[in-house]
Design a protein around this ligand. Structure first.
Ligand code: IMP
Length: 433
């Protein structure tokens, strides 16, 4: 038996979709444990470019079960569209998708509130730069114990009462923020009834499903969303998402115990990006940053927003590795960094600030140039590398520096969007218990 958790180690957008897809080839069950359609995976399979926001990348393998866990917030309209799109690609034909009865539902009023709050905050210090998908308001409702779980969709009278309660709490704020619309409880009950029809055969106790799979010796892959520094408790608060993005979230979000997890892989780009507001010590506000953005295609899969780009921040990565107890590091987009013609890396903060203790607001990066990344041949040589030994010496030295500083071995290196541009340095499913 073997259970692997995969999480983002930076601010999200690390290429989890591609890594999960590569690892899912060996898994029988792939679960997602947090977040909602604030996430977006772009998967490149041959000529096909498939974008998913809720369904884990395991959906590309017919027969692999995909589970949306209790820790998620699910917008049924988005899920319906995603299922239809995946079925259009000939995927999810065999009933592979399951949805936790305990996951929370995003309603249109959550989306409206998220957008209106962001509009009001605009570019001021209160703006988080959310994805406006209703994520924060849905988790807020969950914590306030007025959230609506998937299982509530099947009990119309209870649902009506809960929606009524939410309308009473939220309508005044919506109106104050300028919304001319009233929360129409009757219309929402009708919509929920329709969602319940197609959701019913997919619903499950995700924790029980996962535990049974683990017990019967299946390989289980649990996929997080966003990244360590966006974790609600440990990230750059308040510039974070509203869920636990670190590996502990896999337990609470799926309903399993920490003792069944064998390994945790953290994913980091060979450089860094961030979208939305909040501290980003190694951000490049210049032509180099712009070139990195263009080379890496650093525009959000969910919102299309341009991402800020900067050098890899090793103290922050080390912090993320500790938060998730990482046993392996996956480095993505090394080809992009190699194509830039130069590279630096942050090895420490000048003021000695500590990400856990001081946050990153005041951190001043100490940068080191990465030797060999000015070689115009480097990117070309990376493009054809298929094993660790194929990697040019400069690339190996960079990966060694990252691994030694973060104190986590390299597990995987990704050198491009396609499946064959992946080097497995470690095996994903190896029981360590
Ligand atoms: P929310 O999750 O939409 O509430 O957004 C909160 C913060 O997390 C914002 O800074 C977003 O840009 C960021 N965020 C949320 N999801 C992602 C993601 O998948 N990738 C990168 N940033 C994200």
């Amino acid at each position: 038996m073997s259970t692997l958790v995969i999480v983002g180690a930076q601010w999200g957008d690390e290429g989890k979709g591609k890594v999960v897809d590569a690892v899912a080839a060996q898994a029988q069950l792939v679960g997602r444990f947090a977040g909602g359609n604030n996430a977006g995976h772009t998967l490149v399979v041959g000529e096909r470019r498939i974008v998913t926001h809720l369904v884990p990348s395991g959906c590309l393998y017919p027969g692999t079960r995909c589970v949306l866990g209790a820790g998620m917030v699910i917008d049924p309209e988005v899920l319906a569209a995603e299922i239809a799109s995946l079925r259009g690609f000939g995927l999810l034909q065999r009933d592979e998708l399951r949805v936790s009865l305990h996951a929370h539902v995003i309603f249109p009023f959550h989306r409206a509130l998220d957008g209106l709050r962001e509009d009001r905050a605009a570019r001021g210090p209160q703006a988080i730069g959310t994805t406006r998908r209703g994520i924060g308001p849905a988790y807020e409702a969950k914590a306030a114990r007025r959230g609506i779980q998937v299982r509530d969709l099947f009990d119309a009278s209870n649902l009506r009462a809960r929606l009524q309660h939410n309308a009473e709490v939220l309508q005044p704020e919506l109106t104050r923020l300028g919304s001319g619309e009233r929360i129409d409880v009757d219309a929402l009950v009708d919509a929920a009834h329709a969602w319940a029809q197609w959701l019913a055969p997919m619903t499950c106790d995700a924790g029980a499903l996962c535990a049974a799979a683990i017990r019967s010796g299946e390989r289980v892959l649990l996929e997080g969303a966003q990244g360590a520094l966006l974790d609600l408790d440990h990230g750059t608060y308040p510039y974070v998402t509203s869920s636990n993005t670190t590996a502990g979230g896999a337990c609470t979000g799926m309903g399993i115990g920490p003792t069944v997890i064998d390994a945790v892989w953290g994913i980091s780009k060979a450089y860094a990006t961030r979208v939305g507001a909040g501290p980003f010590p190694t951000k490049l506000d210049d032509a180099v940053g712009e070139r990195l953005r263009q080379l890496g295609g650093e525009f959000g899969a969910t919102t299309g927003r341009p991402r800020d780009c900067g050098w890899l921040d090793l103290p922050a990565l080390r912090y993320g590795a500790r938060l998730s107890g990482m046993t392996g590091l996956c480095i993505t987009k090394l080809d992009v960094l190699a194509a830039l013609g130069q590279a630096s890396v942050c090895v420490a903060y000048a003021d000695g600030s500590d990400p856990g203790r001081d946050g990153l607001t005041a951190a001043r990066p100490v940068l080191q140039q990465v030797p060999g990344f000015d070689d115009p041949q480097l990117a070309g040589r990376l493009a054809t590398a298929r094993t660790w030994a194929d990697l040019p010496r400069a690339a190996r030295a960079y990966l060694d520096l990252v691994s030694e500083t973060v104190e986590v071995p390299i597990a995987l290196v990704s050198l491009g969007a396609s499946r064959d541009q992946t080097i497995f340095v470690d095996e994903p499913f190896r029981s360590r218990r």
